[in-house]
Design a protein around this ligand. Structure first.
Ligand SMILES: [Zn+2]
Length: 140
């Protein structure tokens, strides 16, 4: 199924900014769930490498909630490439992927355990719950 990208570059940039912003719907879903599991956390901690979305400092656990498009979820249908300025976007996406990788590596080296929740995963509450329990289960 081929669709023309209906967005102009300017609109696309604005959408990108939104996609990248804090307190997205997937993030709220994850936060609500771990809160109900009894965990308390810090948001967008500026003193932690990569300013992770959710930091459970006491447990040295970090949860990133990644937008599939922006962070390029492998094999996910939401990673459709914009039809214009393809080279620009490819570079931009590559930067994101590389930065994510570097951040995760640095965090692991400092003793953090990391979970990445993809936007598309956050929409299935049952699976999300399972994934979060697997990651945090031994702590509660
Ligand atoms: Zn995805």
């Amino acid at each position: 199924m081929k669709r023309r990208d209906p967005l102009t570059d300017q609109e696309r940039s604005r959408q990108m900014a939104l996609v990248k912003s804090k307190n997205t719907r997937p993030e709220l879903a994850v936060r609500r769930m771990i809160w109900s599991m009894g965990f308390r956390y810090r948001l967008h901690a500026t003193n932690v490498i990569g300013r992770p979305d959710i930091v459970l400092k006491k447990h040295r656990r970090i949860i990133f909630v990644h937008g599939c498009f922006w962070h390029r979820h492998k094999g996910c249908s939401r990673t459709r490439m914009p039809k214009t300025r393809v080279r620009f976007w490819k570079q931009k996406f590559q930067l994101n992927i590389t930065r994510d990788k570097v951040v995760r590596k640095k965090l692991r080296q400092s003793g953090w355990k990391i979970l990445v929740i993809w936007e598309c995963m956050s929409e299935n509450a049952t699976n999300l719950n399972k994934t979060l329990r697997r990651f945090l289960g031994d702590l509660s």
